[in-house]
Design a protein around this ligand. Sequence first.
Ligand code: DAH
Length: 339
Amino acid sequence: MKEKLEGIKKEALALIENADKMDKLNEVKVAYLGKKGQLTALLKGMKNIAPEERPAFGQMVNEVRSHLENVLDEKKTALAKAAREAQMKAECIDVTLPARKQAAGHRHPNHVALDEVERIFIGMGYEVVEGPEVEYDYYNFEALNIPANHPAKDEQDTFYITDKILLRTQTSPVQVRTMEKHPLPIRMIAPGRVFRSDEVDATHSPSFHQIEGMVIDKNITFADLKGTLQQFAKEMFGEDTKVKFRPHHFPFTEPSAEVDVTCFKCHGKGCRFCKGEGWIEILGCGMIHPRVLEMSGIDPNEYSGFAFGVGLERIALLKYEIDDMRLLYENDIRFLKQF
Ligand code: DAH
C-alpha cells in the first residue's frame, strides 16, 4: 500500500508539473483528489491493512493529499500569471509607430474660385442668396422679359419637367425672386448650378455654375456697374487687369454688355491662352430692363439697377489655367489636389 501511495504521489506530481492549461490541472485534481479519485480509493482500501497500521497510513495519505493540494495551488497561480502575461503581450500597442494619415480631401477648384468671388462681393456689401435649381418657367423666362416665342426658350437648350417647370438655364431667375421679397435697396450675388441641354466638350457641359449679381437702389447708373466690375476684375485677376465693355443684347437688361478682361497671362499682348486676342470674355451684364423691375413690383421711375452673370467654371479655368472643362467634373483626385 505504501508503495502504491508513493506511486500515486509521483504520478500526480508529474502530471501537475506538465499541465500547461487550467483545465488539465483540474483534470488532475479530480483524478487524484476527487470523490472518485485515486487517493480516496486508497483510503477506502484501508480495510485490507492491519488495524494497528491504519492510523499511520491514514496520516500518510492525508499528508500526500495536502502536499498535492499545495502544489496544485502553486501551479494554478503560476498558470494564471502566465496567461495574464501572454494577454498583456498580445494586446500591447506600440504608441511610437507613426499614425496612418487621414486623407482629408480637398476643396474643388470651382469652390476655391467661388469663395474668392464671394469674398470680393461681400467686401463690397453684397449678400449671398440662393434660388431653386428646379424653377418655374415664369422666373426663368417670362419675368425676365423672355416671352413664350423667344428663341432663348428653344426646347433644344432646356430640360423641361412640365411645360411650366424646368431645370433653370441661368441664375437670373434669382434676380426676380429677390426683387419680389427683399426690401430695397438690394445688393446680392446668387451662385448656383444651371442646366442646358448641351453636348459635353472642352468648353460645354449640360450642368455648370453661374454667379448672378444684382444691385437695385435709387440713382444706380451704368457708371456704378462699370466701377463694380472693374474692381471685381482687379481683385480676381490682378491689379493691372483692364476691362472692356462690348455692347450686347440680353432681354432683361437695357443697355446690355459683355465684359472682357485683359488676358492675365500676356496682359493683353495676345498669346496661346487668349487665342491671340489679348482679351478674355468673362460675363454678361447690363442695366435692369424697366419692364423687369415693373413686373416684380418695383417702380422704374424711382429705382434703377444693374445685373451681371458670371460663369463660375470660366473663372476657375482662367484662374488655374485649366484647358478642359471636363476635368472639373471627373473628380480625379490627382487633378483636384493640384489647386
Ligand atoms: N443669364 C445670362 C446667361 O446665362 C447671363 C447674364 C447676362 C446675366 C446679363 C445677367 C445679365 O444678370 O445682366 O447667358
